[in-house]
Design a protein around this ligand. Structure first.
Ligand code: NDP
Length: 313
């Protein structure tokens, strides 16, 4: 009896897993080499300063992870911890001191800041050339206009690296981004639109006022989701063979776990992986890329500083 022939488009597909963890390791190995050659060739050791105001446990954890990752790479890291009631002007003074410090190439003020501090004013006080988080309006503007030297925010640039390094260059593709926040969706759309490597995509941005989200997401060759809505993107919202990047990081109650919760993305992974050509998991997807791109921006900043010193001598 002949084997039943299943038409190709009905064959179940299991997606390529785009591991942010592995790609982050690859980039960190490259960075380590760059740090070593920067030291050797121009005597510059990249320096990252992290400023933490208050005792928010999540912020403490993030800052700790950033410093540890920097140190592991040979990047000099300096942590400045200030009490929650630090006056605005005192914080401003700390930032200005770091701006003037030649050993520091990257300044990261951990957000959110306490309510009495004007967050926008602090971000604007950071020298754009040291704003490795990419939130200063000068960096935001240069990214949006695709001009001059700038630092792009870390999560969106991590997404671009994941796509390019896993063989899914966005160039010429229709990319749908769900989410328009200033830290993820909006800068991601700007990066995807650039006339530069990692860009040249046709970009659609959807958000909570998009009436029929599924109709938009089904149009995507590459679907990037940054909504903060646990497992909302289901298989029926994804085109066969699409590439899916899940930025969402959500905690949901789970009585079967000892700690009482699990971490999941905005995409219903088990269902969508049967339809997508490639998909990033949560955890182990975009998460590990964010700190890596912060380190990459710090090394870039040090390299630019080294080049400036070289040019002046
Ligand atoms: P925000 O809450 O700032 O933005 C969410 C965006 O999603 C908004 O633009 C919102 O629309 C849109 N949205 C919300 N609900 C819907 C819906 N039902 N349909 C369509 N669009 C919707 O979140 P962030 O951008 O800061 O973060 C998004 C997710 O990414 C979170 O889960 C966060 O934890 C995660 N994240 C992960 C990082 C990592 O390193 N892995 C780093 C940063 C974020 P509107 O603008 O209309 O309100």
């Amino acid at each position: 009896m002949p084997w039943p022939v299943v038409p190709r488009h009905h064959q179940p597909m299991t997606a390529q897993i785009i591991s942010g963890r592995e790609i982050a390791e690859e980039i960190r190995a490259e960075l380590q080499e760059r740090v070593a050659s920067l030291k050797e060739e121009s005597g510059v050791t990249p320096g990252l300063a992290t400023v933490l105001v208050g005792e928010d446990p999540a912020s403490q954890m993030y800052v700790g992870m950033k410093n540890k990752a920097a140190a592991a790479m040979g990047i000099h890291s300096r942590q400045i911890t200030l009490p929650a009631d630090t006056p605005h002007d005192e914080l401003l003074g700390v930032v200005e001191g770091l701006n003037a410090d030649p050993d520091i190439h990257g300044i990261l003020v951990q957000l959110p800041l306490p309510d009495h501090i004007d967050e926008g004013a602090i971000i604007e006080a950071i020298a754009p050339a040291k704003d490795v988080d990419g939130f200063h309006p000068i960096n935001v503007g240069r990214l949006a206009t695709d001009s001059g030297d700038f630092f792009a925010p870390c999560t969106p640039s991590g997404v671009i690296e994941m796509l390019v390094r896993s063989g899914h260059d966005p160039s010429g593709k229709h990319v749908v981004v769900v989410g328009r926040s200033n830290i993820v969706g909006r800068p991601l759309a700007s990066l995807l639109m650039r006339k530069a490597p990692g860009g040249n995509a046709t970009v659609t941005v959807a958000h909570s006022r998009t009436p029929d989200l599924g109709a938009v997401t089904r149009e995507a060759d590459i679907l990037i989701v940054a909504m903060g809505r646990p497992e909302m993107i289901t298989a029926d919202m994804v085109r066969d063979g699409a590439v899916v990047i899940d930025v969402g990081t959500n905690r949901v109650d789970d009585a079967t776990r000892e700690r009482g919760y699990r971490v999941c993305g905005d995409v219903l992974f088990d269902e969508v992986k049967e339809k997508a050509a490639a998909i990033s998991p949560v955890p182990g997807g975009v998460g590990p890329m964010t700190i890596t791109m912060l380190l990459a921006n710090t090394v870039d900043s040090a390299a630019r500083a080294g080049a400036r010193v070289g040019a002046a001598t």
